[in-house]
Design a protein around this ligand. Structure first.
Ligand SMILES: CC(C)(COP(=O)(O)OP(=O)(O)OC[C@H]1O[C@@H](n2cnc3c(N)ncnc32)[C@H](O)[C@@H]1OP(=O)(O)O)[C@@H](O)C(=O)NCCC(=O)NCCS
Length: 306
């Protein structure tokens, strides 16, 4: 069995090279520099994730090959009830995993070390690669396993994990300024300032709600590439939290809010728009496809079934 040890700051250079080569296979992935990678690898891209974990129960394991770190597993344990899915305090999370094809032995050793750590920490449920627990620079803040890294999915399977849910990524290029759609008469747009759910500067976020008769009817949030990766600027926009209150659905508000999001992003320099949605959210997918988006990736998270 390869030796597994805690992550050391001297590992960052080699892990950054590993991450860069692995993420080259993810469609349209932003390239992150070593400085940001080293500063933020152990951080959380999402503020709600950072808020609900037990910092005393975090651990990062590295397995070596020929004296170089070749596999990494990050773990944490939830300390508080979480709004994102049915996750109770005491849920253990294998947050993030890196290892290239060919490093099965080292990857499984790192996964096992993570599982042992979570068992010792008293975790009653174990999830892996859950959406919100990864570093901000990875896949616009989504830590799920991209289709480009299937070997990791197989090694998680060998360690007892099973795929749980999928998320798909869609992308649309914008060759000209999209045409805004008309909003209902009497409706009012209200912007937020700096209420981003991801780590990031307000200048890289754009969030707004639509009010109808004083009621919050719809919302849409944009985050520019720079929100995730330094140097990515506003060339691409990632849209999140598109939602329409139930009683306002079916009247074109989502399409109008999404289109407005594209227009607002275009006006701030974006020429590409991306988003993700659950693999089972066919309703939202129907909207995105008819707005010119096309699927570029499928991502998975995992759990250990009881
Ligand atoms: C998905 C959601 C945003 C759609 O909002 P909406 O205002 O009802 O959508 P719209 O009226 O603008 O419809 C836009 C398109 O979505 C699709 N759509 C909306 N409701 C649908 C339904 N019941 N069945 C099938 N397709 C549907 C259609 O393609 C529709 O276009 P069409 O009317 O020309 O056929 C809304 O249902 C919602 O907030 N759901 C919960 C949150 C969510 O899933 N958000 C997306 C997360 S990525």
């Amino acid at each position: 069995m390869p030796t597994v040890r805690p992550l050391d700051p001297s590992d960052y250079g080699a892990l950054h090279r590993l991450y860069t080569s692995m993420s080259a296979g993810i469609p349209h992935h932003f390239r992150v520099g070593e400085e940001q990678f080293s500063e933020q690898l152990l951080g959380y891209g999402r503020l709600s994730a950072a808020d609900c974990v037990d910092p005393g129960l975090e651990a990062a394991f590295v397995a070596e090959r020929a004296g170089e770190p070749i596999a990494l597993a990050l773990t944490t344990v939830l300390a508080k009830q979480h709004e994102w899915g049915p996750m109770e305090p005491g849920t253990g999370i294998l947050r993030f995993l890196l290892a290239p094809p060919g490093a099965q032995e080292q990857a499984i050793a790192a996964i096992r070390a993570a599982q042992d750590h979570l068992a010792q920490a008293g975790a009653h449920t174990v999830l892996a690669m859950h959406y919100i627990f990864g570093p901000v620079f990875h896949n616009t803040g989504c830590a799920m396993l991209p289709a480009a890294w299937p070997w990791l999915g197989h090694w998680l399977f060998l360690a007892g994990f099973r795929a749980r849910s999928s998320e798909i990524r869609l992308r649309r290029s914008m060759k000209e300024r999209p045409e805004p759609l008309e909003l209902p008469a009497g409706s009012e747009l209200r912007e937020h300032v700096a209420e981003g759910r991801t780590l990031g500067a307000p200048a890289n976020l754009d969030e707004w709600d639509l009010y109808i008769d004083g009621e919050n009817a719809a919302q849409c949030h944009n985050a520019f590439g720079e929100n995730y990766v330094r140097g990515a600027r506003h060339d691409a926009v990632h849209t999140e939290w598109l939602g329409v209150a139930e009683r306002f659905r079916g009247r074109g508000l989502a399409r109008a809010m999404l289109r407005l999001g594209m227009v607002r992003a275009w006006d701030r320099g974006s020429r590409v728009a991306t988003l993700t949605t659950a693999g089972i959210n066919f309703r939202a997918q129907a909207l995105y496809i008819t707005e010119g988006y096309a699927q570029t990736d499928t991502m998975w998270d995992f759990h250990i079934p009881h």
